[in-house]
Design a protein around this ligand. Structure first.
Ligand SMILES: [Zn+2]
Length: 265
């Protein structure tokens, strides 16, 4: 599906994509152990991961107590499974919250739910991601209708883009939980000037890459707002909140603020 037959070549290219995207395994986590280069791997009797992936290939099983870039990459992919009202840290430290998120991810996809990320878990993630590391049902372009380079926000372009990636994985989790029906994303990242142009709040999470504005789609605004509570969105604004009768706004980041009075939130 995503060019597995030439995975080795793409893996090399993906390294460059990582660097541009601000999630470089070599630089993002100073305390990371030897970064796992996204190289092709083959299955072995010892249970190594048997699938080469053009985005990122894990080198071995991760469990509570593991740390480093491989854990951080895993945390990005399971960020949509923190439990209701919660958000997991993307910090490369595999603690109880990460274990719980991995367990929920596994359960959501019918895998053995033990909170240990091994071949079955990684292969499911490979199925769910594109070569640029976005989940299959969302794109960087959808999450940025403001400019082409993620510049001009309240954080660096690399950070804004990395934050948007986490937002997309949260949306992918929410989409799956809601029956795998399409979720319409009308916008995400805004530079300060884009935010001003649309009358955004002075400290809008859109300027950090954390936010997405969702269209009604087949679900309706309220169902989206209600489901978002379970998938790592600490900020939810929907119908009944000023300016949000025509979309549902979801965002991660610090502090919880949920308001969609017409939806009982
Ligand atoms: Zn918004």
């Amino acid at each position: 599906m995503r060019s597995r037959p030439i995975g080795f070549l793409l893996a090399t290219l993906a390294g460059a994509t990582f660097a541009l995207g601000g999630v470089s395994p070599a630089s993002a986590s100073p305390d990371a152990a030897t970064p796992t280069a996204p190289t092709a791997r083959t299955a072995t009797a010892s249970g190594d991961i048997g699938t080469a992936d053009a985005c990122y290939t894990w080198g071995g099983t991760l469990r509570e107590g593991s740390s480093g870039e491989a854990v951080r990459q895993l945390q990005i992919r399971v960020a949509g499974y923190p439990g209701t009202g919660n958000q997991i840290a993307i910090d490369g430290a595999f603690g109880p919250a990460t274990k719980a998120a991995v367990t929920r991810f596994q359960a959501a996809y019918g895998l053995a739910a033990d909170g240990i990320a091994g071949p079955a878990t990684f292969n499911k993630i490979y199925q769910l991601q594109d070569n640029d590391c976005t989940p299959v049902n969302f794109t960087y372009a959808e999450l940025n209708r403001c400019n082409s380079d993620w510049s001009g926000g309240k954080v660096s372009a690399a950070t804004a883009r990395a934050n948007a990636l986490v937002t997309m994985w949260k949306l992918q989790a929410m989409r799956h939980a809601m029956g795998d029906r399409p979720i319409t994303v009308n916008g995400g990242f805004r530079s300060v000037s884009c935010n001003s142009a649309v009358g955004g709040a002075a400290n809008s999470r859109h300027m950090y890459g954390h936010a997405a504005d969702l269209g009604a789609g087949p679900q309706g605004f309220c169902a989206l707002a209600q489901a978002a509570r379970n998938h790592g969105f600490t900020e939810i604004l929907g119908p009944g909140y000023p300016g949000h009768n025509d979309h549902t706004h979801v965002a991660g980041g610090s502090g919880r603020f949920w308001s969609a009075p017409s939806c009982g939130i």
